[in-house]
Design a binder for this molecule. Structure first.
Ligand code: BTN
Length: 234
């Protein structure tokens, strides 16, 4: 598909800036920057975005996304995993719902945001941050963050190509099988982390067709987890 790409040197956050531009640019617009001063992650966290040591990009979706943002996040995770494999020959994994793991470390995060007009989802912004060629990480993340060694520009192009290829088939849900196969949070004891709550222990049993996590608590109750994040207990 044809897409419009806007390149910036330094921005606060590509998601924030694309949101400001959203009404004036077409569906499929991609905004990418060399650095972000206020890169945002999920659950109110920041995203480390040093100059030229990562891909910081956001994609504007005005059509075709249905009514389930989690599926768009899942599809994006599949696209990023395929792009990384195509360029490096390695096999990335995903930690539910949006962390891409390579060689045991997080190399990419995805932040999907929706803009509502009343109850209707008007457009979505998919933010993708990938660590590429990083020389170091701050102490807080140095044990969990990893970086990909490859050509940043080629990876950016491949992510965009894979994303729009997958997006054509969003409603088919076929990518979910790929996602399930590569998900490291499945079939094991986990802790469910929700903002402002104590972590809850459970066993992850599956991922349903809406990309939600099906879990079983120690008392035998089965539940569906729609958001938050999980820690695997190995
Ligand atoms: C996470 O790991 O919690 C999600 C991180 C998402 C980071 C990307 S970088 C490009 C886009 N702009 C942002 O401010 N965040 C996303």
């Amino acid at each position: 598909m044809e897409y419009n790409i806007i390149r910036k040197k330094s921005v606060t956050s590509t998601n924030t800036l694309l949101k400001e531009l959203a009404r004036d640019v077409p569906h499929g617009t991609v905004l990418c920057a060399d650095s972000q001063s206020r890169g945002r992650g999920r659950m109110g966290r920041s995203f480390y975005s040093p100059d030229k040591e990562g891909i910081y990009m956001s994609i504007l979706l005005k059509e075709g996304f249905g009514n389930n943002p989690t599926l768009v996040t899942t599809l994006t995770a599949v696209s990023v995993m395929k792009a990384i494999s195509n360029l490096t020959g390695k096999e990335p994994f995903v930690k539910w719902v949006n962390d891409i793991i390579l060689d045991g470390k997080k190399v990419c995060g995805i932040l999907t945001e929706g803009a509502f007009n009343g109850k209707e989802l008007e457009y979505m912004i998919v933010g993708i941050g990938v660590n590429v060629g990083n020389s170091s990480f701050p102490d807080e993340i140095k044990d969990i963050a990893g970086s990909i060694n490859c050509d940043k520009e080629l990876l950016l192009e491949e992510i965009i190509r894979c994303f729009f290829e997958e997006y054509k088939n969003l409603s088919s849900g076929e990518y979910l099988d790929f996602y399930r196969k590569r998900c490291i949070s499945l079939d094991r004891p986990i802790k469910i982390i929700s903002p402002g709550k104590e972590p809850v222990e459970a066993f992850s049993q599956g991922i349903d067709d809406n990309a939600n996590l099906i879990v079983k608590y120690p008392d035998g109750r089965v539940d569906t987890v729609f958001s938050g994040e999980v820690k695997t207990c190995l």
